[in-house]
Design a protein around this ligand. Structure first.
Ligand code: A3P
Length: 292
């Protein structure tokens, strides 16, 4: 498996691995449909969590077998992935029969295929605070044989600060998408920490954005199904069926906790992210020494 580990490359000004650039032309020419929903995140920010919520909201009642028989990565294809022995994300997305199609991307905003903008697709962006996001990414890179070798923590820490991880700088990602939200109204920007604080409330906000009106019971049912412990033991949601991941090193769903959202309240989120990234005492004292 180790031979699959790629190098970090610079691609159009962003650090990437070839597994997400080899299918570039096809991905850029992807034909989005107006009802497609794109779930965009920096890696490890809660993509699977929100993908599962959306899948349950749209198909949980009409097609319950889907939940028990199809892994989440096939229900919500990862558009740009192009790894030997795994279906190309773009092909999977093309083959989806559902309406809407739920599609995942980790692209920074400037890499998103133009048809999503032309079709005015709904986009859900999820951001997670830098410290937890980075620690989660480090453990993920340890256990995922199609990610570059992470090396030791102190080295990784410095590379993360410099944006030298696959999909580039965390800060450029969250702030690039934040900026896009100011001009593109079909973008719902949400936070992992808010989901931790009150999953039902965040599902309500999502439904509002999507024009859905599930009953309060249905929202609670979805919130219950996507609780960390339930997802962690659900083999259709926890990635345990994907061969490139080595769960002996670390589980995909490792800890599932976040910094308190009260740390972030009351001011522009992106500025807060920036300060949590490099200035706050929390960041400098705790993040450097903590792998939890
Ligand atoms: P940790 O590594 O901190 O545990 P992504 O899906 O973008 O790859 O993100 C994975 C991260 O989201 C992991 O973080 C995982 O545990 C967390 N996560 C997934 N489902 C979750 C849930 N239902 N509740 C809380 N965290 C969840």
């Amino acid at each position: 498996m180790d031979s699959l580990r790629p190098e970090l490359i610079e691609f159009h000004g962003v650090f990437m691995s070839h597994y997400f650039t080899d299918n570039w032309e096809n991905v850029q020419n992807f034909k989005a449909r107006p009802d497609d929903i794109l779930i965009a995140t920096y890696p490890k920010a809660g993509t699977t969590w929100v993908s599962y919520i959306l899948d349950l909201l749209y198909f949980g009642q009409t097609n319950p077998e889907r939940q028990s028989s199809i892994p989440i990565y096939d229900r919500v294809p990862f558009l740009e992935i192009f790894v030997p022995s795994i279906d190309a994300g773009k092909d999977l997305a093309d083959r989806l029969q559902t309406s809407p199609r739920l599609i995942k991307t980790h692209f920074p905003v400037q890499f998103v295929p133009k048809s999503f903008w032309e079709q005015n697709c709904r986009i859900v962006y999820v951001a997670r605070n830098a410290k937890d996001n980075m620690v989660s990414y480090f453990h993920f890179d340890r256990m995922n044989n199609v990610q570059p070798e992470p090396g030791d923590w102190s080295n990784y820490f410095h590379r993360f600060m410099e944006g030298k991880t696959v999909f580039g700088s965390w800060y450029d990602h969250v702030s690039g998408w934040w900026e896009k939200k100011q001009s593109y109204s079909n973008l719902h920007y949400m936070f992992y920490e808010d989901l931790i604080e009150d999953t039902g409330r965040e599902i309500d906000k999502l439904c509002n954005f999507l024009g859905m009106s599930p009953s309060a019971e249905e929202v609670q049912r979805v919130a219950g199904s996507v609780q960390f412990d339930n997802m962690k033991k659900n083999s259709m949601a926890n990635y345990s069926t994907l061969p490139v991941m080595d769960f002996k090193i670390s589980p995909f769903m490792r800890k599932g906790t976040g910094l308190s959202p009260t740390l972030f309240k009351g001011t522009d989120m992106v500025n807060i992210f920036q300060s949590s990234f490099c200035q706050s005492p929390f960041w400098s004292k705790t993040a450097r020494n903590s792998l939890d």
